[in-house]
Write a protein that binds this ligand. Structure first.
Ligand code: KIV
Ligand code: NA
Length: 264
């Protein structure tokens, strides 16, 4: 099978085929997820929580991201490898370019950053310099202390309209993928339909073009609080590979996420 690229995902969106993303932080899991057919591997700065034990993602450094990106890239074969720019590593377009270059050199094939239309200049500068960009809107965990907690975003009509407008602005600036996290299903649907680029949801309902989960959540090994939108696929299958296959199958068939995983 050939490598998954942004063109593959775009075609899947156009054909109405759902695709699956999952976080990975090391070569062994990256290879396992890739072998089972996950289309996208995300080196998420969620590693600050699930690997490092932090309460949020803010302490993650560029060195952390480069290290884990290199590990995942070695294990990946077909999947598209996307790496997060961590907290405060893209405060200016120049800083974003310098740091994105490190992630690309470590094996990322796209970088992800969190925020709205204030990032348009940054997105333009990155794409002009050959760095594909994935946006991330809704509940953006790097801003958890601005939000006052991990809270669903876009619940009122004004906020929903702002997220919608800014998603379109980011698309015009050049993002090629968008992650939508913890927004009401109706808003996720509106955005997924309006954008030509593929939209990946987490806590955004079954209406997005793809789904992403933190791998630890998909295996039910996250300590403490488990968010409503996740599902423990290992509990049903008892085996890692079977759990990944079930996740991919349920996304492709549109049965995950179910109504119990959604915000309305
Ligand atoms: O860091 C992460 O794992 C993420 C996904 C949950 C989208 O950004
Ligand atoms: Na992230």
């Amino acid at each position: 099978m050939s490598k998954t690229t942004i063109s593959t995902l775009l075609k899947m969106k156009q054909d109405g085929q759902k695709f699956t993303a999952i976080t990975a932080y090391d070569a062994s899991f990256a290879k396992l997820f890739d072998d089972e057919g996950a289309q996208v591997l995300l080196i998420g700065d969620s590693l600050g929580m699930v690997l490092q034990g932090g309460d949020d993602t803010l302490a993650v450094t560029m060195d952390d991201m480069v290290y884990h990106t290199r590990c995942v890239a070695r294990g990946a074969n077909q999947a598209l490898v996307i790496a997060d720019l961590p907290f405060m590593s893209y405060a200016t377009p120049d800083q974003a370019c310098q740091n994105a270059a490190r992630l690309m050199a470590a094996g990322a094939r796209m970088v992800k950053l969190e925020g709205g239309d204030w990032l348009c200049d940054t997105v333009r500068q990155l794409t002009r310099n050959g760095v594909p960009v994935c946006g991330h809107m809704g509940l953006t965990p790097q801003s958890v202390h601005v939000f006052g907690g991990f809270k669903v975003q876009g619940r009122d009509e004004f906020q929903a309209q702002e997220i919608y407008r800014q998603a379109l602005a980011l698309q015009e600036a050049g993002i090629q993928l968008l992650v939508l996290e913890c927004v009401p299903v109706a808003l996720a649907e509106r955005i997924s339909k309006a954008l030509r680029i593929p939209v990946i949801g987490i806590g955004a309902g079954p209406v997005t073009d793809g789904q992403v989960l933190v791998m630890h959540d998909a295996f039910g090994i996250t300590s403490g609080y488990t968010p409503k939108f996740t599902k423990n696929f290992l509990a049903e299958t008892g085996e890692l590979r079977a759990a990944v296959r079930l996740y991919i199958k349920e996304v492709a068939e549109g049965t995950f996420p179910g109504p119990e995983h959604c915000f309305n």
